[in-house]
Structure formats: C-alpha cells, structure tokens
Design a protein around this ligand. Structure first.
Ligand code: ADP
Ligand code: ZN
Ligand code: ZN
Length: 765
C-alpha cells in the first residue's frame, strides 16, 4: 500500500469568512511550516493572501481540487497556541467569522495581502573602514594624501573619533569599535554626501545596512521607585492577594483618587518579581502620557505601550518583541492588546472596567475586551484584577454572588473629601428667567468664584458641535442626513452641518429650502456653543474644548490635557472625554450641564451609564488641596438615580437597577443577543425581519423580541432592523449559538436576502 504522504495546512484568511481553508504544502516548505506561521496562498481567481496556519494534517480533502500554498513567510510561529485558542473562542462566542478576528488581531503589517505593502524593517546605513585601511600605517599615509582635500580630511577625523578605530587597531580588538550611522557622521562633520562618496571611491570607507528598532530603548532604572502605600491602600493590596488565593478574579472597588493605580503598581511589581508578565488594559481615552510616565518612572524599559494611535510599524515591533526571548514584562494597552502574544502571563489588570469602550461596536468581531481578558487569563492560569469607582452591574453582581472576590477602598488618598454635589433644577431657573444660555445662576456664581480664586473649572456636556439641530423658524424644516435617519449637527467653526453617524457634511443653507425664510435657529447646546458662551460671559478666562473635533491627533489631545494640567487654561469644556481617570490639582468646580440627555437615553442601561459618567466627572473635583463642588443641572432633580449620584451611593443604584432588571428580565439576569439586519431596500428588509422573527420564535419561543427599528433606523443608506434574544442562565449556549448560525446561514443563502447584512451583537453594552 502506498501512503499519501502529502501534507496539508488548514489556514485562516484575513477575510470575513467563517471556517478555515485547506491548502497542500509543496515539498520545499512542507517540513518547515508550523502552526501559527503565515503562508501566502491563492484565493479566488487572482488574489493572494497571507494566511495563518491553524492546523497541519495529511487528510486530503474530498470534493474539490486542493490548491497549493505559495510561500512560507515565517521561520517561527507569530502566534502562540493560546492566541489561536482565543481567536477560536471569540469567533465562537461572539458569533463572527474567524477571519474577522484575524483582521482585528494583527497589526496590518503582519497581514498584508502582498509583500509590497507589508511591514518592512526600518534600515539605516552605517559606515565602516575598509579592511585595506584598517591599519595604522595605512591611515597615516591616507592623511598625508588628504592634505589637499581638507573637507575629506575633516570627515575622516570625525569618523575616527566617533568609531574609536584607532583604539581598536592599537589594542587589536574590534569589539572596541563603535558603529557609526552615515547620517550622524555627515551631520557631526558638517560634510556633504559628495565628500563622503569621494572617500568611498578612494576605497577608504564602505557602507552597510542595519535594521534599526523603532522602539526606543530606555535605560532601566537601577532601582524601582515605589511609593509607600497608605494604610488603607496596603490593606487593599493584602486583601487582593488573599482573594487571589481562592479566586481567579477580583474587583477593586475604589473611589476616585483613592490610589487604585498605586495598588496596581505594587501588584505589578510583585508579579514581576515572580518572573511573570502583566497586561494592563485601559479604555482608549484614558491611556495618556500622564499615566504612562507614571508607570515608566517605576518600571522603565520593562514597560511596552500598545496603542491604536501608534504607527503600525511600532505595533509590529512590539508584537515581534513579545515573541522574542526578551519580551516586555508589562504591556499597557487598549482593547486590541488582548491579542498580543504573551508567553508567561501572570496578571491582567482591567482598569475602569465599567467602560463601554472596551466593547468593539463595528466591525466584527464585536468583542468585549474585559471579558476576553478574563477568558485569556483563565486559559493562561493568570489572575485578573478589575478596578473602578463605578463597577458595571454585571461585575458587581458577580462579586455579590461569589463569582469574583471584592475588595473596597473607600478612602481618598490623604483623606481628601469627596466633592459636594448640588443639584440645580433647570426647569425652575428657566421659569424664573435665571438661566444664561445653558448655565444656571448657581453654576455661574460658582464658576466666577473659582476663577477669582485662580482655580479651574471642568464643564461636561455630552454633545459635540455647536447645536444638535437647526430648525426653520417659520415652517419647522430641519436639515437631515441624506444617508441616515438623523438630523444634522451644526458646527459653527466650519459653518457646516454634519452627520455623526456617517460623516456626511454640507454647508449650512443660507435659507430654508422649503419656505425660503432666512431665519434658521439652532436648537440645543453642543460643546462648541458652550465654549462661545463662556467666552462671552468670562472674556478674561482661558477656555479649552476637548471633544472628538479637537482631538483628532494624539498630540492635540495631549496638549489640551497638559495645558490644563499646568494651569495654562482655566476652563475645560468637553464631552465624556473629560470624565475619564484624569488627575488634576486645581479643579474646584465641575459642572454637569444637562444630566437629562444621559438619563433619557432609550436603553435599559441609561441610568447605570449616567451614574457612572456623572460620578466619574464629579471625581475630577477637588482632588488634592480641598473639597470640590459639583453642580448637577437637571430637569428631574427628584429621580432616585440623581440622588444616588449626589450621595455617591453606588449600592443603592445597584439594588434599584437589579430589581428593575430582574423584573423586566435583562442582564445580569439573562444573556442578551441582538440580531441586526441591514438592507438598501426597506421592503426587502421588512420581509426578512418578519420571516426571521417568526422562525426564531419557532426555535426560541418567548425569548424573542421584535423586530424593531433602532432609534437611528437608517445609517449609510442602509435600513436597519433589530431582533432581541434573551437567553436564561443555564440554557445550553453552545446549542443556542449553533441554531443562530444555522438561521443566519439559511437566510443569507436565499436569493432575495443574499444582499442583506445579518450579524449578531452578543452581550451588547
Ligand atoms: P485612582 O486611580 O484611584 O483614581 P490614583 O492612583 O490616581 O487614584 O491616586 C490619586 C493621586 O494620589 C495621584 O496623583 C497619586 O500619585 C497620589 N497617590 C495615591 N496614593 C499614593 C501614595 N501611596 N503615595 C504617593 N502618592 C499617592
Ligand atoms: Zn422654512
Ligand atoms: Zn449620515
């Protein structure tokens, strides 16, 4: 019997396709391919992709002609086995193609379709002395020859100085040589390339290329400088360690400014001493230079930062470094850093664990980085510490029901008082004609006092732009997005109206297209308009605005923060960006301009999120020197949730919300899966939505709600419908997911629904 000795590789393609694809391995590479390596493979009629090997075997697939892989791109796997398992888990749990996980996981330099645009190491040119001139007599005669070429002579002298060649020759030890980069040499000797080339032509100097690291290597501090923990912090630190003896997961519930970060630092130090690695996850927006510098002061070169605003090349190099035998011991990073290779993970810290930006919304994989981190840690035998001042309901529920350990830190560092929060009724002040634009008289008075004392103010308004909407005074016409079902936001600086969903933008019409009236008025207040108001009321104050529009670049964002930090600005106006983990010294007043926009969000989590946002922004007040003041403006001062914010009463919020969620059957009392459908034609979409709803009901019965049109029912010219599936705990989730995949498949295969986009959002936030 002749055995078929052909070897095959199942690979994952960087395309939103489910499953793996099998390729035959040509003899030339068959022996070298390993799971986790990249192969280029042909796919479709012309394209080639770099695919990841997920499995090697000798089973020839039936029923089709197997194509051959083209090239092996790696000598060693760029994915470790645990990562492939995490990819598989994400694809399975979040009901999305594994190819989509591949796309999200790797920096683009590692997944390009052809090598041309892929990652290239950065090369630099270095100078060396040719062997012919590597001797004392030769060099002496050279300088005699160069007498009439003073510029070449000067360059050579500089080279000898920089390279330490003379010493190396004298002591006959090439190890004394210092590498000299061409650019640096030219700069140092103020010479031109022509002069340099003349020496190359003489056969004195030559060039060689060398890969340079984009990662800047810093000196490791010789001694780690750890702050001494306060008594309360020390207690929390010890309790966390105790919890970790019996729990894999622990929540550190600590009020703002209690020193959670200091506790993390001590834990990281402890894990490092034991020779294991740490992943420190943060929401994008909190990952500031402020925090990174704080950590670098302690951990220096042990720390790597992985950020979506870093260049792709830098991210590739961090990736490669983590695979090397000298990986960073600590990675501080955003959502996507859960995909980095870790060889020896000991601890994951998820700071601000309640943040919804840990959940990726679009495109797939719609994963929650906190939850993936928990799974990753479990797979690798690591512990997870969640930290926040305002836990998500799910996390706190898990603590209360013994799934996670809980440690509390309710004392601010140096016993600074939590801010005093005062609610002011907008409706009442409006009736009494006491409002100035979006400001109540109470807030204005406090702002004035703060400015007079040389203190700072933060104003929080959860809307960017000048005004959320424009309206014709006469006929009520409102400019709408042509692609989405939303009214356009007016941006005064650009004099444009803009869609915040699809990016559509157009100049504001001079008159109403309906009735030709030129009297168009703006409705509501965005951050831009608030900035204008302040400039009018406090012309002497220096105002900065922080929202998506002013922070397109990382530099702009950092500048706004550092200007405020160093008191170069007095008032900071912003969207939820100003609510996050920032640490300022001189802020005495925080104004929440309109709590109602948050409280009225059409979502079962609106109170939870409003509480979190308001408590977080309140925490920015009075951090060090004295108690701060928070003015909370609302039309509904009597809502229990408003009282809970005022009293900083998380437990009461938690109890109220749990009761409601239990009654109406929402997480944490069940699992939610949203099923979205999108289509260009509304009638086709309606047909699909109703058919799918009825099929789902046959399978899942009363667990299905909808179809509904979401609050924004059309985005980028696609109509949207949504079905909700509520699954009780204890149900066989594997089975549920299989059924959902089958149903999705069934409709996507039908001619009339082929062009529909059907996808899932598992555990939506
Ligand atoms: P949190 O993360 O809980 O908001 P931080 O860790 O940022 O609190 O601490 C708030 C401020 O207090 C920071 O400026 C921090 O440097 C300082 N701080 C907290 N604990 C200590 C400590 N043990 N020693 C010195 N400074 C501390
Ligand atoms: Zn009109
Ligand atoms: Zn739009």
């Amino acid at each position: 019997m002749i055995l078929d000795s052909m070897l095959y590789a199942d690979v994952i393609l960087p395309l939103p396709l489910s499953g793996t694809f099998t390729y035959a391995l040509p003899d030339a590479i068959a022996g070298k391919v390993q799971v986790g390596c990249r192969l280029t493979v042909p796919f479709g009629s012309r394209k080639t992709y770099s695919a990841i090997v997920s499995c090697l075997h000798d089973r020839k697939p039936d029923g089709y002609v197997v194509k051959e892989a083209l090239q092996l791109l790696d000598d060693y796997p760029i994915l470790l086995p645990a990562q492939l398992r995490i990819w598989q888990w994400i694809s399975d749990y979040y009901l999305c193609p594994i190819g989509a996980v591949y796309k999200a996981a790797l920096p683009s330099g590692l997944k390009e379709e052809d090598d041309e645009s892929g990652y290239k190491p950065k090369l630099a040119q270095y100078v060396s002395l040719t062997d012919e001139y590597y001797s004392e007599p030769k060099l002496l005669s050279l300088f005699v020859e160069l007498k009439r070429s003073p510029k070449q002579c000067a360059l050579m002298l500089k080279y000898l100085d920089m390279s330490k060649v003379s010493a190396a020759i004298k002591l006959n030890n090439r190890q004394l040589l210092v590498e000299v980069e061409k650019q640096e040499l030219l700069k140092a000797s103020d010479a031109s390339t022509t002069i340099f080339n003349a020496l190359v032509e003489r056969g004195v100097l030559t060039l060689y290329e060398k890969k340079v690291d984009r990662l800047v290597h810093e000196e490791l501090p010789t001694e780690m400088v750890l702050h001494q923990l306060s008594n309360a912090q020390q207690r929390a630190f010890e309790q966390i360690n105790t919890q970790f003896q019996t729990n894999d997961v622990c929540l550190l519930h600590g009020v703002t400014s209690s020193g959670k970060t200091e506790v993390y630092i001590h834990l990281i130090n402890q894990v490092l001493q034991s020779g294991r690695q740490v992943l420190y996850l943060l929401p994008e927006i909190v990952l500031t230079t402020q925090l990174v510098n704080r950590l670098k002061r302690v951990f220096g070169g042990h720390l790597g930062v992985y950020h979506s605003k870093y260049s792709d090349a830098e991210r590739v190099e961090i990736w490669q470094k983590q695979l090397s035998d000298k990986p960073y011991d600590i990675i501080v990073g955003v959502r996507s850093s859960i995909f980095l290779p870790f060889k020896n993970l000991g601890l994951v810290i998820v700071d601000e664990e309640h943040e919804t930006s840990f959940k990726q919304q679009d495109p797939a994989p719609r994963y929650h980085a906190r939850n993936v981190a928990l799974v990753l840690a479990r797979m690798m035998g690591a512990k997870t510490l969640l930290g926040t001042a305002t836990p998500s309901l799910e996390t706190y529920y898990n603590c209360k029901h013994g799934k996670y350990g809980l440690v509390e830190l309710f004392e601010r560092y140096q016993q600074v008082n939590l801010p005093e929060i005062q609610t002011v009724n907008i409706a009442e002040e409006r009736r009494k004609k006491m409002m100035s634009g979006p400001f109540t008289s109470v807030l204005l008075a406090d702002m004035r006092k703060a400015l007079d004392n040389g203190e700072q103010v933060i104003l929080f308004q959860n809307r960017r732009g000048f005004a959320p909407s424009v309206e014709c005074h006469t006929c009520g016409w409102v400019p709408k997005c042509p692609n989405c079902d939303v009214s356009l936001t007016y941006h005064k600086r650009l004099n444009h109206v803009t869609c915040h969903y699809c990016g559509f933008s157009a100049p504001l019409a001079a008159k109403c297209p309906n009735c030709e009236d030129t009297n168009l008025s703006t409705i509501g207040y965005g951050t831009e308009r608030i900035e204008d108001f302040i400039k009018e009321i406090f012309p002497e104050a220096r105002v900065a605005r922080m929202d998506l529009d002013t922070t397109r670049s990382r530099q702009a964002y950092e500048k706004i923060l550092s200007d405020f930090q160093h008191a170069r600005t007095d008032i900071l106006v912003g969207t939820q960006m100003v609510t996050k983990g920032l640490d300022f010294d001189r802020v005495s007043v925080v104004g929440i301009l309109n709590a109602d926009t948050m409280l009225n969000m059409p979502d079962f989590r609106s109170y939870e999120h409003a509480f979190q946002m308001m408590s977080q922004v309140a925490g920015r007040a009075g951090r060090r020197s004295k108690q701060g003041r928070v003015i909370l403006q609302t039309k509904t001062p009597d809502l229990p949730v408003v009282h809970q914010v005022v009293r900083n009463d998380y437990l009461s919020l938690y109890n109220d919300q749990c009761e409601e969620r239990q009654t109406f059957h929402y997480p944490p009392f069940c699992r939610l899966i949203y099923i979205y459908m999108k289509h260009r034609y509304e009638s086709t979409l309606n047909g699909l939505a109703y058919e799918m709803a009825s099929l789902l009901r046959q399978v899942f019965g009363q667990r299905v709600l909808g179809p509904d049109t979401p609050p924004v029912g059309r985005v980028q010219s696609l109509f949207i419908r949504k079905l909700v599936l509520k699954v009780e705990f204890g149900a066989n989730m594997g089975e549920v997911r299989n059924r959902l995949r089958q149903i999705q498949d069934y409709y996507q295969k039908q001619d009339k629904y082929k062009s529909a986009n059907i996808y899932f959002d598992v555990d939506p936030v």
